[in-house]
Design a protein around this ligand. Structure first.
Ligand SMILES: [Fe+2]
Length: 295
């Protein structure tokens, strides 16, 4: 094909990839090409702007490594992560809503027994978290695998500290026979997403701030139920209505109750002020694999 021009190029590119073996790949790439071309036409993209975009993506790649995931930050701040989460987590009313996964989950975090301190030395005011894992009809879900992770009071996750080994402010535990669980940690505080890289520069240029409202991350899995990836947000946080990654759901906001120094829920004596949080996670049943009703 010769003499490709601005009017014919989209159809010519699509024809060139029409023989793709994988029908889903073909569908996705057809849409990508159509939308990219439409975008360039829409804004009459200049060559200089196109190269600036290439440089930006190159910078995003260069700063990314096994600890820093700038592509997820880019997806999060453009609202793409939350859109994909919403498209893939339509649940019956009453189930706990899902929200973004974020870039700070770590596989194989240490396992804790109920009542233990997952902070493991992370800085912050003590927080005693309790909750339940149930199904939509209130049935308790015992032995659910619960992963929790959070930032410290300086707004950093353990993996953001250069040269430090060991998990702090993250761990896994199992729900008890009645679906309940409890652990000690630190009080969540609002924090800015890493903004010393290309995504931070993009936010600044767009007149946006990088802050996220205080939250605890949870991932909960139990046989027969859909996996739940979500946060619990701290009520009263100033960034609840302007989360840099668009993850807030009203149903996920909970009251972190403040307490003066004294006896904690686990019976221990705490010499500083502390907080308590309680939250019930309601999981959706997995769709039946064959035949019959989904629920
Ligand atoms: Fe987070």
């Amino acid at each position: 094909m010769r003499n490709v021009d601005e009017d014919s190029i989209t159809q010519i590119v699509l024809a060139r990839q029409a023989q793709a073996q994988d029908p889903r790949l073909k569908q996705v790439m057809t849409s990508v090409v159509q939308h990219l071309h439409a975008f360039a036409r829409d804004v009459e993209l200049t060559e200089e702007e196109w190269f600036k975009g290439i440089q930006f993506l190159t910078d995003v790649g260069h700063i990314t490594d096994d600890k820093r995931q700038e592509f997820i930050l880019l997806s999060d701040t453009l609202g793409l992560s939350m859109l994909v989460t919403a498209l893939n987590n339509r649940k019956p009313e009453g189930c706990t809503e899902a929200t973004v996964f974020g870039p700070f989950f770590v596989e194989h975090a240490p396992h804790y027994e109920n009542g233990e301190d997952v902070a493991n030395g992370a800085k912050g005011e003590p927080c005693f978290v309790s909750g339940r894992v149930t199904g939509l009809t209130g049935e308790p879900i015992p032995n659910a695998h619960i992963e929790v992770w959070q930032a410290d009071s300086d707004g950093f996750y353990d993996v953001q500290y250069q040269g430090e080994e060991g998990s702090k402010g993250r761990g896994s535990l199992r729900s008890l026979e009645d679906g309940s669980f409890h652990f000690r940690s630190i009080t969540a505080e609002s924090y800015p997403i890493p903004h010393d890289g290309p995504v931070g520069r993009m936010l600044k240029a767009l007149g946006r701030h990088p802050w996220r409202p205080a939250h605890l991350h949870f991932m909960i899995e139990a046989p027969g139920y859909e996996r739940l990836i979500t946060h619990v947000f701290r009520d009263g946080d100033r960034y609840l209505d302007s989360d840099a990654v668009f993850g807030v759901r009203s149903s996920l906001i909970a009251d972190w109750r403040r307490h003066e120094p004294g006896v904690a829920p686990d019976g221990s004596r705490v010499e500083t002020s502390f907080s308590t949080l309680s939250f019930t996670f309601i999981l959706n049943r997995e769709a039946a694999t064959e035949g019959g009703d989904k629920r």
